[in-house]
Design a protein around this ligand. Structure first.
Ligand code: ADP
Length: 770
């Protein structure tokens, strides 16, 4: 606190001493630019917004410049606090991305804060889903960019498919301030964001022949291990193949590629089953997720296996929707060399923010102390009686004009409560995150007298609820009725969700009230086995009334803590196990960018036919062609890598059954594939140079990804993303075993015998990141 006091006094003194430009000038020579800059921001806020920043906002601003996550209750003014840090970043030579929860907030916050930035000569911009390309590109050049985390992520992925630097926005990582960090960095952190496109499928005569061969096979020609989901040629089958292709030895090295195609065709014909492993929808083969049982869009078997399945069904695909790149927010945020974050509720996830993002927590006290009344959680035997009690509480509050905000866990629950309230003559506004702009408007009115608003967790995030309505015109009336009553209607996996909701009430020292209801038949109680935790004599008989039992209450609270711990463990472990893919992606993305900006050309220079080609096409033209060829090739190879690793993860649990460490197996396989891909790329580039020489420039075709689209892979069926499953098989392994597996994995292979660590093409060019 003392360091803050001195810091704040210094700022206030400076603000009195000079005008804005004087302060900006003075900051230039200062070792610590913050006092002068912060004083300048204070003056600009006063001039531009008519607001004098509170001490608490200065504290928050300081913590943000120290790369921390700040917890600051809703309505305390985080939007303005972030401006201080962003301005400081600019004068320290960094660009800032303020990553918001949605487009609406990006737009609102940028417009709102623009007058302050303008006075400080800091350029700002905002990008939303609707921003056209040229404008978007210009926006990324601004000192401070307000953009939803999702859109910024999509821009990063789209840049990876750009054909030239002109076609890229130049997203780039410098400094980021993540708003609503609990949602973005924890709750939604693992959902992969994806860019997909259509690519042309090349015909493969060898595969066609392999399919022809296996069409005539009977069960003596192959062996199946159903348990391991594998299939291979029997001796009879191998002899048939050798005769068919006129080979001496199918298993010799030069036939490896053919053998793998024969295996794929075996798999397609005799192992994979329609409607169990995949479906054939309108002539498109789509994988069925083993766990959800649903067909997955844009997911394929790796390499020729997909084509083999198509051929089995007599389909001849010419284009295929493939994933070009994907990244989850968890990794995206970690790419920023300077990261800080803000949220209304971080305490419950303090360890997680630190472990996963290296963000230390700073709790900023409210400007005015809270006078909200928080009632003890009411426990009900079942959902029905819980709903009755909730409706009763809403009615009682509504009668005296008290505004009520009800938080539910799902759209379905929202609708049930809406109906129940309607039966009592109460017309509630229902929000469920379908339309950000409209929701912002509704939720800003949720504090008006007699207002009843039902909201799912995500709805209306980041929007302030003022007592008495958005213009606070009926503030007195709403305050007299008790202020905003917030009702939590279920137990979420994290107590943070409840705190988030409750924090909507009692804003800036306002009166307010909160109530929490839970039922013993909620899924979470089952999932974490409440019944086995509570001694039988403390578990209630069916009843409609609230249950009050000390032991029961203690165990219900314990469930919350167990679920929090579980989710965290899974996320932390996941991070370890998927890091290899992240490293590969970093290298590949960077390499591709270097090709676009010309820093990495030269693959063709090593070719024997370079001189000939240079003479014929000219060095400049040749370099351009090489760049475009390499960029397109990297896209193709990377998308194949994604198919392969996706497939690998689908099967990884089988390895676990066999008693090996799935993470280790996965890492080894992914790394091998990656290194193989690097050498394949060199070979491929050499082939393309030959093509160019043979076909001439006019007939030389570079296939580029078309029809780029972005989306969230919410239900991605990824093995490593299946929490309960992961926990099951990991819990049998001791930590020591895990560490050993990690140590041995090729990912961070120790430099044995003083040899250089193994690095491939991508690695050689740019080395390891961080
Ligand atoms: P948060 O993002 O922390 O929930 P906001 O940034 O939305 O909070 O600010 C909440 C409200 O407080 C806004 O109406 C804003 O105008 C007001 N506010 C913020 N800082 C100040 C200040 N220093 N003086 C007066 N009002 C302020």
């Amino acid at each position: 606190m003392k360091e803050y006091t001195e810091f704040i006094i210094e700022i206030r003194e400076l603000a009195k001493s000079k005008d804005i430009s004087g302060l900006l000038q003075q900051s230039e020579n200062a070792e610590d630019k913050r006092p002068c800059l912060f004083a300048a921001v204070c003056k600009a806020a006063e001039k531009g917004l008519g607001q004098v920043p509170f001490d608490e906002q200065l504290m928050a601003a300081k913590a943000l410049t120290e790369g921390k996550i700040i917890e600051m209750p809703t309505g305390e003014g985080k939007t303005l606090a972030a401006v201080f840090a962003a301005v400081w970043h600019k004068y320290e030579g960094r660009k800032t991305h303020i990553l918001t929860f949605n487009d609406y907030l990006a737009k609102r916050d940028r417009e709102w804060m623009k007058p302050v930035y303008d006075l400080l000569e800091v350029s700002t911009a905002c990008v939303t889903e609707k921003t056209p390309f040229e404008e978007r590109k210009a926006a990324y050049k601004a000192d401070v960019l307000y953009v939803s985390a999702r859109e910024c992520c999509f821009d990063y992925l789209r840049d990876f498919t750009a054909q030239s630097l002109d076609g890229a926005v130049g997203q780039g990582f410098s400094a980021a301030i993540v708003d609503e960090a609990d949602s973005l960095l924890i709750d939604e952190a693992r959902i992969p964001l994806v860019a997909a496109s259509d690519i042309k499928v090349q015909q493969d005569p060898e595969l066609n022949k392999a399919m022809e061969l296996t069409a005539a096979f009977d069960e003596n020609d192959y062996d199946i291990s159903l348990e391991a989901e594998s299939i291979y040629l029997s001796d009879e089958g191998a002899s048939k193949a050798e005769a068919f292709f006129g080979l001496e030895n199918l298993y010799s090295e030069e036939n490896a590629e053919l053998l793998s195609k024969i295996n794929d065709s075996l798999k397609a014909r005799f192992l994979l089953q329609e409607n169990k492993d995949y479906i054939n929808r309108d002539g498109r083969i789509m994988l069925i997720d083993k766990f959800t049982g649903r067909a997955a869009e844009n997911r394929h078997y790796p390499g020729t296996l997909q084509t083999a399945v198509e051929l089995k069904h007599g389909l001849e695909a010419t284009t295929r929707g493939v994933i070009m790149g994907s990244i989850a927010l968890q990794y995206f945020a970690r790419e920023y060399p300077f990261l800080s974050a803000m949220t209304g509720t971080a305490k419950a996830s303090e360890e997680e923010f630190y472990t996963l993002y290296d963000l230390r927590l700073e709790i900023i006290p409210p400007h005015l102390p809270s006078i909200r009344t928080d009632h003890e959680t009411e426990i009900y035997y079942d959902t029905k009686s819980k709903q009755k009690a909730i409706v009763k509480a809403v009615c009682a509050a509504h009668e005296k004009g008290q505004p009520v905000l009800v938080g539910t866990g799902s759209i379905e629950d929202s609708e049930i409560l809406y109906r129940l309230l309607k039966e009592q003559g109460i017309e509630a506004a229902v929000l469920n995150a379908k339309n950000d702009d409209r929701e912002a408007e509704i939720i800003s009115e949720a504090g008006a007298p007699y207002a009843v608003t039902i909201s799912t967790n995500m709805a209306g995030r980041g929007v302030d609820i003022r007592l008495g309505g958005a213009d606070e015109s009926k503030r007195e009336e709403a305050a007299k009725a008790g202020g905003l009553l917030v009702i939590s209607t279920y137990m979420p996996e994290s107590s943070r969700m409840v705190k988030q909701l409750i924090g909507r009430s009692g804003r800036q020292g306002d009166p307010g009230e909160s109530m929490c209801f839970v039922a013993l038949d909620e899924p979470i109680m089952d999932k974490y086995k409440l019944r086995s935790l509570v001694p039988a004599r403390h578990y209630p008989e069916p009843t409609e009334a609230a249950v009050d039992d000390r032991v029961l209450r203690r165990e219900v609270e314990r469930i919350q803590r167990i679920s929090e711990g579980d989710a965290f463990d899974a996320r932390a472990r996941l991070l370890k196990y998927t890091l290899i893919g992240e490293k590969h992606r970093d290298q590949v993305f960077e390499t591709r960018r270097k090709f676009l900006d010309g820093a990495a050309v030269g693959m063709w220079k090593n070719s024997d036919r370079y001189e000939e080609a240079a003479k014929r096409f000219g060095e400049d033209k040749l370099e351009k062609l090489e760049r475009r060829t390499a960029a397109a090739a990297i896209n193709r190879f990377w998308s194949e890598y994604l198919e392969y690793t996706d497939y690998l993860r689908q099967g990884i649990h089988l390895t676990a059954v066999a008693g090996k460490s799935p993470a280790e197996e996965y890492n080894i396989a992914a790394e091998e594939y990656y290194l193989g891909m690097e050498s394949e790329l060199s070979e491929y580039m050499e082939e393309r140079l030959q093509d160019l020489l043979e076909q001439g420039e006019e007939n030389y075709i570079i296939e580029v990804p078309e029809n780029i689209r972005t989306y969230l892979l919410e239900d991605n069926g990824d093995e490593l993303n299946k929490q309960p499953f992961l926990i099951n098989f990991l819990s049998d392994e001791s930590e020591a075993e895990l560490e050993e597996a990690e140590r041995r994995s090729v990912l961070d292979a120790p430099e044995e015998n003083g040899d250089e660590p193994k690095k491939g093409f991508f690695g050689k060019l740019f080395g390891k990141k961080k």
